[in-house]
Ligand binder design. Structure first.
Ligand code: ATP
Length: 238
């Protein structure tokens, strides 16, 4: 049924100042899966996220979420349909406690009972956050701050979580912890669209993926197929 279609993108074109940056991108994010977008610098990954969120809407093609056309909805309406984005950098409110950070993610939810319920879920996924609920977020370790940031995104109870994750330049330990956090999130049923540059670690946790180069999809398939696909290497180093 349409309600379980997930995110379906059909041939979108997106432009900045009349220069086309996305030229006919199609892809699909199935509920319950981790789908990844790989691609080198400048391939159009951030622009794709901007188009999904309605920040730089596609001028051609169509984006549907659970059967509904969201291509040209304003961002707040797209977010209220259940799409949340965790931006790169994993910013937390350093001077607020872990729990205050989490509660900030549910600011659209009026019911205290519902918020308590969501908090319980985040704490079940990340018990470390429950142990540290009163600690200032700025004093948490890098990996723990990633949990806070993702936990805050979960507090909106999204049906799709977009994670913008350029792990390039981050310490290997931090990157490893970050991927573990995303895998754990998935094991509790979340649907994730992961935008990454780190091919190996991304394909190790993703189900399916798409490779972007110069604004279009040059390869797609299961994570295993992509791992063996020479076009993946070309997209980065070709
Ligand atoms: P990275 O991994 O380096 O963040 P990316 O795959 O996310 O790269 P985009 O940021 O989507 O790539 O950029 C795609 C192309 O669009 C680039 O050539 C970039 O210079 C251009 N671009 C991005 N934002 C704008 C903008 N606001 N105005 C004009 N051109 C832009």
């Amino acid at each position: 049924t349409a309600a379980s279609d997930g995110l379906v993108i059909e041939g979108i074109h997106t432009t900045y100042d009349r220069v086309d940056v996305l030229t006919g991108v199609s892809l699909r994010v199935l509920p319950g899966q981790i789908t990844c977008i790989l691609g080198a610098n400048g391939a159009g990954k951030s622009t794709l996220i901007r188009s999904i969120l309605g920040l730089t809407p596609a001028y051609r093609g169509r984006i549907r979420f659970n059967g509904e056309d969201i291509t040209r909805l304003p961002t707040h309406r797209i977010v209220s349909r259940g799409i949340a984005c965790i931006p790169e950098g994993r910013k937390v409110f350093a001077k607020l406690s872990v729990e205050e950070n989490l509660r900030a993610g549910a600011y659209l939810e009026p019911s205290a009972r519902e918020i308590a319920h969501r908090l319980e879920h985040v704490y079940a996924v990340f018990p470390r956050l429950a142990e540290r609920a009163g600690q200032l977020a700025g004093t948490m370790s890098g990996g723990e701050q990633a949990m806070v940031s993702i936990g805050r995104g979960m507090m909106a109870a999204p049906q799709l979580l977009i994670i913008d994750e350029p792990s390039l330049g981050l310490s290997p330990l931090y990157v490893k912890e970050n991927f573990a956090v995303i895998e754990r999130l998935h094991s509790f049923g979340s649907t994730v669209l992961l935008v990454e540059q780190n091919v190996h670690q991304t394909l190790a946790i993703a189900h399916r993926g798409y490779v972007l180069a110069q604004g279009h999809v040059v390869a797609e398939g299961s994570a295993r197929e992509l791992a063996d696909n020479p076009r993946v290497k070309e997209a980065y180093f070709g």
